[in-house]
Design a protein around this ligand. Sequence first.
Ligand SMILES: Cc1cc2nc3c(=O)[nH]c(=O)nc-3n(C[C@H](O)[C@H](O)[C@H](O)COP(=O)(O)OP(=O)(O)OC[C@H]3O[C@@H](n4cnc5c(N)ncnc54)[C@H](O)[C@@H]3O)c2cc1C
Length: 425
Amino acid sequence: MNTQKLPHVVIVGAGFGGLETAQRLRNTPVQITMIDRQNYHLFQPLLYQVAIAGLVPSQIAYPLRTIFRKQKNLTFQMGEVTSIDLDGRYIRSNGSVIAYDYLVLSVGGQTNFFGLNAVEEHGFQLKSIESATGTRNHLLRMFERASREVDPELRKALLTFVVVGGGPTGVETAGALAELITHVMVKDYPQMDLSEVRVLLIEATGSVMAAYPDELRNATMKLLEGKNVEILLNTRLTDYNGRRITLADGGQTPALAPGASVDAHTLIWTAGVRSAEITDRLGVQQAAAGRVRVEPTLQLPQHPEVFIIGDAAYMEDEKGQPLPMLATVAQQQAKTAARNIQQTLRGEKLEPFRYKDPGLLATIGRNAAVARIWGLSFSGFIAWVIWVALHIFRLIGFRNRLVVLINWAWDYFFYDNQIRLITKE
Ligand SMILES: Cc1cc2nc3c(=O)[nH]c(=O)nc-3n(C[C@H](O)[C@H](O)[C@H](O)COP(=O)(O)OP(=O)(O)OC[C@H]3O[C@@H](n4cnc5c(N)ncnc54)[C@H](O)[C@@H]3O)c2cc1C
């Protein structure tokens, strides 16, 4: 095949959207260059499992060169895209200039600290393998330090774990962390009084899991409370110095007066996402969270050769609500973007994107999850089994699926999180 004359499609970002786009263009007469600063695809929904010592990074990440080994029309380059010239139709990556006929930007998001620089400096986030293993090391180190700490106040602060953000990631992290303590740490530290441990979930609005129906929000609250997670609603965090969190008000928590503080050596921030930094350098119109406004066909206004998908793209549903930053949105948009590139090549009319909501699903720990599927809400064991099956199915690679399944089965039957390693960063 003479690839010289084929249209050149550059895909930036090999996350959920980029990967799906590339695979959909496998048999299309184009030459694809896929660029990502990482050499692996990361399954972000299970990052929290790395943080709570349930999985190792290699179980939720997969090398891109292996994924694309058999795709003859694709070349992968590991590199950071530092600028994009929309008029000149080229990008810069690792000092080289790469021209494109079509550009697909699926660069995802980054943690949004809403200008709380102190939280960014001292808190932990779940966005990358490094941040998840860093969180794991820190959590485990807190138990080591607490086990030899004689000052009861300091010990309590070492054993106070604050998760900020009551969305699915915060809820899943808080639930899993509480279980790590009650099922595993209690056996590792028999000499310690683990009733001193606190897991706090702080949420600025009046409810956890805002996108979920009432019955599932209530079920989530009950499940979390059953695991001794303290939920602080209507509570806004204003500062964190690595030792103490400061709250704007006590919200619905009578024990906390306005401006109250809690001593805590751990804060995990899951309260916001914004689009990746490169989107700020495009010089185009951005909406909330820095996402780039796209046409219904996912094209960039005035630049029909550029498609933006996933977390980086801003689009509204029929009710005028922004599409959520979810893997399911990115994957569905990838299918439309790939089809629209094919239709452009054939000179056909492009199709608008319509999100088909596959439902909602989040786990709160062992035997505990909440789900809304086919208009039905349910919680507990059945929802949890669906969650496990779906996440195993969505992982890339048979080996990863098998290893994760064995790992979870082991943890389930033996109440054990095996990856309790404190490693150097
Ligand atoms: C902790 C966590 C839990 C989540 N849980 C769920 C869940 O349960 N269900 C769900 O549907 N969604 C979940 N999400 C959201 C989901 O992961 C994202 O919506 C999805 O990854 C977005 O896909 P994307 O293709 O837009 O970006 P991503 O998958 O984030 O991929 C972006 C890629 O672009 C690369 N990149 C970025 N900038 C550059 C650059 N300048 N140069 C080169 N490469 C670059 C990155 O390295 C990355 O590989 C979760 C996210 C997180 C962080």
